[in-house]
Write a protein of this length. Sequence first.
Length: 164
Amino acid sequence: MSVFRRVARTMLALPFISGGIDVLRNPDPRAKAAAPIAAKLADVLPVPLPSDPVQLVQIDAGLKIVGGLMLATGRMPRLAALGLATSLVPTTLAGHRFWEHDDPQQRTMQRIHFGKNVGLIGGLLITALDTGGRPSARYAARSATKRARRRARRVAKRTRNRVS
């Protein structure tokens, strides 16, 4: 892995590690914001969610810390980035509902944080798709198929020339 990727992944992981630690220390404000979203998600998701919002945000914080550490240390970084991006969607929708605020200053702050989280999701998705400079499995499969077709055509041409 290049030094650039290592540093960039560590930088991308820091908000998740520090944010997760903050939530574990003081989960109540986040639990209050997460309660309405958790209730809606519980109806949609195929897996059961904890009914206690405090427990739910603590689990999410733990996942963010573990995912951030995995990303920062290069342990399964693509999977860690995908997990962090997935967990950040409900966090963003629960914590930064700018459309519900009447105060212009609060609305602006929440919109900024919403946009920041959307940007983080974009960075995580790029990281999840990053193959570290190696070709993707799809590219490798397409290249192998093209090479096999070329070889098959050459063999067929040689066979026709010998038979004729």
